[in-house]
Design a protein around this ligand. Structure first.
Ligand SMILES: NC(=O)c1ccc[n+]([C@@H]2O[C@H](COP(=O)([O-])OP(=O)(O)OC[C@H]3O[C@@H](n4cnc5c(N)ncnc54)[C@H](O)[C@@H]3O)[C@@H](O)[C@H]2O)c1
Length: 398
């Protein structure tokens, strides 16, 4: 059966999805066809349709709204890459129309929005996947293997992910949906932070308690037409997260501290550490190092060498499932997994529940900052604490 696919929201990230689907088509031409492209800016949908047309015998139809597209198209799959505020609206409309969806991170704009998507999927017996590419990468899957299967680091103890830098707040910036709380739901805690929250849960399991301060030191003016509006997102946070396993973690980020910049990401266990060399959102990276303490000696294993060992350790079934066609790009893997999940009526690797739980960790950083006291992760996940999210939920009648 050739799946009938549409992409909704034809912007920056969607282009990576489009390219990934084209690669899938080169591998398995009969797996799916691009049937439609939808963006409120019709020229963006047109651009995608023209690119997609080069990979098949016809040009996908273009739409400027889902309301227009859904009744006219008989779709199996919709890939949603809109601003965060639209994730639940688009996903629920598709699911109610009987179409399977994959939704970019962060899953819903709030916990309630995320749960509403899961409910709609259950009601309509359709698949909801989350396009979480980072945990599917080679270095991230290798890090899971190192920490949880080989137990190279011993028992996980402490984890630091800290970034401090300075960006000039007066530099000219142009308005974008991300700067409005009602459109984005929040700042980097849940934007790039959604990846890290997912990655932390993937490697270390569920968090237990979280305390955080989230703040904005600068106002960050942006030009919106002939007006100046201010960024509503945080420019700084410090969070202390403890996990059920006993692991304690500090995760902090700021772009509002002049004079000295640094990034420090280290996972410590009882036998050694994973020293990462990248940012505080997308790691562990290929250039990380595992440093094992052997008495007074230190033994260093480059991540790249361990990646090779990890790949060699996989049997063919697992290798093909985790890295179809040997491709290690997370966006390719997530798009392929979505199509496979529909075809085989199986759970996607990152489903709505996983997306919700990563989302809950991000909200469990905003909520204690809003309350001024630590929160229990489960209270946020189960909706008992939602002061920060309340205005967003009210805005969307959730
Ligand atoms: N996985 C990653 O590494 C990664 C990286 C960047 C962005 N993202 C995620 O991808 C999503 C999109 O982000 P982006 O950076 O591509 O944003 P973007 O602004 O570049 O693209 C969003 C697109 O959605 C369109 N749009 C807005 N409302 C719409 C609606 N109701 N219906 C149809 N189209 C609509 C916009 O016109 C725009 O073309 C976000 O969820 C973001 O967090 C993920």
């Amino acid at each position: 059966m050739v799946l009938r696919l549409a992409i909704v929201g034809c912007g920056g990230m969607a282009e990576a999805h489009l390219r990934a689907y084209i690669t899938i088509k080169q591998k398995e031409p009969e797996k799916f066809e691009f049937v439609a492209m939808c963006d409120t800016i019709l020229s963006s949908a047109e651009k995608f349709a023209n690119i997609a047309a080069q990979s098949q015998t016809f040009k996908p139809r273009v739409y400027s709204s889902l309301e227009d597209m859904l009744p006219k198209e008989n779709l199996d799959a919709v890939d949603i890459c809109t601003p965060h505020s639209e994730h639940h609206r688009a996903a629920i409309a598709c699911l109610n129309a009987g179409v399977n969806v994959t939704v970019e991170k962060p899953f819903g704009v709030t916990i309630k929005a995320s749960k509403a998507i899961i409910e709609a999927a259950k009601r309509n017996n359709k698949i909801v996947a989350v396009a979480e590419n980072i945990r599917r990468g080679l270095s991230q899957r290798t890090a899971y293997w190192i920490i949880n299967e080989l137990k190279m680091l011993g028992e996980p103890r402490l984890f630091f992910a800290q970034h401090a830098s300075w960006q000039d707040p007066m530099e000219e910036r142009i308005w974008h949906w991300r700067i409005e709380k009602m459109l984005s739901g929040g700042g980097m805690v849940m934007d790039s932070g959604a990846h890290f929250a997912d990655m932390l849960r993937y490697i270390y399991g569920d968090p237990e308690t979280i305390y955080a301060k989230v703040t904005q030191f600068e106002r960050w003016p942006h030009k919106k037409g002939d007006r100046i509006v201010h960024d509503e997102r945080e420019d700084s946070w410090i969070a202390v997260i403890s996990f059920r396993s006993g692991l304690i973690c500090t995760w902090s980020w700021t772009i509002a501290v002049p004079g000295y910049s640094y990034t420090n990401v280290v996972h410590y266990g009882s036998k050694g550490c994973l020293l990462d060399h990248g940012d505080v959102f997308h790691g562990p990276f290929d250039n990380a190092e595992i440093i094992i303490q052997d008495g007074s000696k230190k033994i260093i294993y480059p991540m790249r060498a361990l990646e090779k060992e990890y790949l060699n350790s996989l049997d063919n079934e697992k290798k093909n499932r985790l890295f179809p066609y040997g491709i290690t790009n997370g966006v390719f893997i997530e798009c392929y997994d979505f199509l496979e999940a529909i075809e085989k009526r199986r759970k996607p690797e990152v489903d709505g529940e996983e997306g919700l739980k990563a989302k809950a960790l991000c909200e469990a950083i905003y909520e204690p900052a809003y309350l001024g006291q630590p929160v229990n992760y489960r209270d946020v996940l189960e909706g008992r604490i939602e002061g920060y999210q309340k205005p967003i939920n009210e805005y969307f009648n959730l």
